[in-house]
Design a protein around this ligand. Structure first.
Ligand SMILES: Nc1ncnc2c1ncn2[C@@H]1O[C@H](COP(=O)(O)OP(=O)(O)OP(=O)(O)O)[C@@H](O)[C@H]1O
Ligand SMILES: [Mg+2]
Length: 220
């Protein structure tokens, strides 16, 4: 199953949610989970040194056609922890769109669950739209923030569900967000210092904060 996490505006918690979902899915599946980093922040969030691997950019730029799942869907993987393997972002442009579409097909056919961090699709990462459009679950990670939601409704695609980063003091409610975006809120993740600390310490995959795991249990 391919699950793609994306946002309409930067700093919404997308990388954190993608890394946490990959960790949860890896614990449920004997073959683990593949995390595909479309933006370049996953190694930092997972406590890894910058991987020396061609990654996603290398896969998409490779001569000789797009490889199918039988030979590995997305190029060399880096083992992370707790059953998660990472395809890092790599260096260079991500395209052309026909290759990104082929990648979406290969990832959807992968036997393991696959989580993609596609970042801010509505803004600076539009090239990864096919990875969200071709996903079984396309999750918009957003705050209940008017400016983010304005961008979300103008995004080049509609998500299948929303992961809401729930902050105290917001005027817009969970129901408002669901109504504006037009899809259900499938998880509500609290802003929690334990999450920020785990990310800053690079400990997310080995010490996934309990509240975050509970919140995302049904999103995956
Ligand atoms: N639930 C949470 N509680 C507390 N802090 C969080 C939570 N989720 C994310 N953060 C913190 O917010 C910051 C931004 O998170 P993250 O990098 O996941 O967002 P992003 O949407 O991927 O950003 P970008 O658009 O730059 O890729 C990080 O410092 C992270 O530790
Ligand atoms: Mg990110």
């Amino acid at each position: 199953m391919l699950i793609t996490c994306w946002s309409a505006k930067g700093g919404s918690g997308t990388t954190t949610v993608a890394c946490a979902l990959a960790t949860l899915l890896a614990a449920r599946h004997p073959a683990g989970c593949l995390l595909v980093d479309g933006c370049g922040d996953a190694p930092g969030a997972l406590g890894l040194p910058e991987p020396d691997a061609p990654g996603l950019a290398g896969w998409l730029g490779e001569a000789g056609g797009v490889r199918g799942p039988a030979t590995g869907p997305a190029g060399p993987e880096v083992p992370v922890a707790a059953g998660v393997s990472l395809v890092p972002r790599g260096v260079g442009a991500l395209g052309p769109p026909s290759r990104v579409e082929a990648l979406a097909g290969a990832l959807a056919a992968e036997a393991r669950p696959v989580v993609v961090d596609a970042g801010a699709l509505a803004a600076d990462h539009a090239e990864l739209v096919p990875l969200a459009a071709g996903a079984a679950r396309s999750l918009l990670v957003t705050r209940a923030c008017y400016l983010s939601l304005r961008r979300a409704v103008r995004a080049p695609l509609r998500p299948s569900g929303v992961v809401l980063l729930a902050e105290p003091g917001r005027a817009l409610t969970r129901d408002d967000v669901a109504e504006v975006v037009g899809v259900p809120v499938v998880a509500e993740v609290a802003v929690d210092p334990a999450v920020a600390r785990a990310v800053d310490a690079g400990l997310l995959p080995v010490r996934l904060p309990r509240g975050l795991a509970r919140a995302l249990a049904h999103a995956a």
